[in-house]
Design a protein around this ligand. Structure first.
Ligand code: ATP
Ligand code: TPS
Ligand code: MG
Length: 327
């Protein structure tokens, strides 16, 4: 037994250790996308089934004072649908809900979480297939979604030098929202633009339709749950990339509430939880993708430098990781 803590190993270090420990088990012909992507996919009866799990934990992902229980239930579904979307628009079909609840939790509160889950399931035509319920110190919602992959399964790997890097919409809103909540919740009222940013934090929307429309053109994709910087590392780091920071799309609300340009960029790169898709596409297909999803912006290009380099109006900027860490 070592005396290392999980914090010293880190989230990604820990996942890599698990992957290695179970390496032999992964040599299986049915597996089309192994552990390490947004979903695990395996072939069954000629179709690809894609499975994913994401959790929401009280005081880590939300605070009861900041989020309506309906929003929480819906968000627990949306963040999982977002992982299905990032496989190229895999269609979510079945959901399992693991709930951890402090015994004194108001039953009405739990009913409202389930109303949110039900609303989001109805939106995507997902069937509740089961779950588990246990006592815990904090509220935990652990969701598993089973989705049916389309003709084109898009993985995190696959980007090639010369591909353009696209994003489905603006970045930084959800991070801005949670920052406003930490600073001002319970202290003062929020204005309309601040409320917009807070809504982006509490009610993210998976880009499932968008993913399905463009999947056939893409060489790689992931969803930006941990922020744009991490997503770019995931899809581009093995090849390399040049990113034009001034091209990252920002909402007018973000720009009005946070006037400092550097702050806007930090929120876009490290704010996280925007659940926009980050993808790569051959240059010749980039216009077709933009036509299908007009909110798409291209923010850079894949290179063969093995590094993600950041530029602002052509001038290289050194950027160090400054985002959320679980451990
Ligand atoms: N505790 C764990 N045991 C086994 N596999 C894990 C564990 N935690 C994560 N993984 C796997 O590691 C890979 C990366 O997980 P990660 O959580 O970064 O992906 P994600 O779900 O897209 O991100 P996020 O949790 O930010 O939404 C996935 O294949 C995931 O299933
Ligand atoms: C109360 C509260 N404090 C902090 C945050 C910010 N936050 C939580 S998890 C996460 C990264 C993605 O997590 P995961 O990898 O689990 O998807 C971020 C940026 C929040 N939403 N609520
Ligand atoms: Mg993901």
């Amino acid at each position: 037994m070592s005396n290392k803590t999980i914090s010293s190993v880190g989230e990604f270090g820990f996942i890599n250790i698990i992957k290695k420990k179970f390496a032999l088990q992964r040599r299986n012909k049915q597996v089309s996308v192994p552990i390490g992507d947004d979903c695990f996919c395996f072939k069954s009866g000629g179709i690809n089934l894609c499975v994913t799990k994401d959790m929401l934990v009280e005081d880590v992902h939300f605070k009861k004072e900041w989020t309506y229980p309906q929003e929480l239930g819906a968000k627990a579904v949306e963040v999982n649908v977002s992982d299905a979307a990032s496989m190229g628009g895999a269609l979510p079909k079945y959901i399992f809900i693991g709930l951890g609840l402090p015994p004194e939790t108001d039953f009405k509160y739990v009913e409202k979480i389930y109303q949110g889950i039900k609303n989001a399931c109805a939106k995507y035509k997902i069937l509740l297939a089961g779950g588990d319920s246990v006592k815990s110190d904090k509220i935990i919602i652990s969701v598993t979604v089973i989705a049916v992959g389309g003709k084109n399964i898009v993985q995190r790997t696959g980007a090639k030098a010369g591909d353009l890097i696209g994003v489905t919409n603006t970045f930084g809103n959800a991070g801005a929202g949670v920052e406003l909540l930490y600073k001002y919740a319970g202290k003062r009222k929020f204005n309309k633009e601040e409320k917009y940013l807070i809504k982006k934090q509490n009610s993210p929307q998976a880009r499932l339709k968008e993913a399905g429309k463009i999947a056939k053109y893409l060489t790689s994709m992931t969803d930006a749950s941990d922020g744009l910087y991490v997503s770019l590392d995931l899809i581009a780091a093995k090849a390399g990339a040049n990113i034009a920071l001034e091209k990252i799309p920002l909402s007018k609300e973000l720009k009005n509430v946070f006037k400092d340009k550097q702050k806007q960029i930090n929120l876009a790169l490290f704010g996280a939880e925007d659940f926009e898709l980050v993808f790569t596409v051959a240059k010749s297909k980039a216009a077709a993708v933009k036509k299908l999803v007009p909110t798409v912006s291209y923010i850079g290009e894949i290179t063969d430098s093995k590094k993600v380099k950041y530029f602002y109006n052509g001038k290289e900027q050194k950027i160090k990781y400054a985002g959320f860490k679980h451990f």
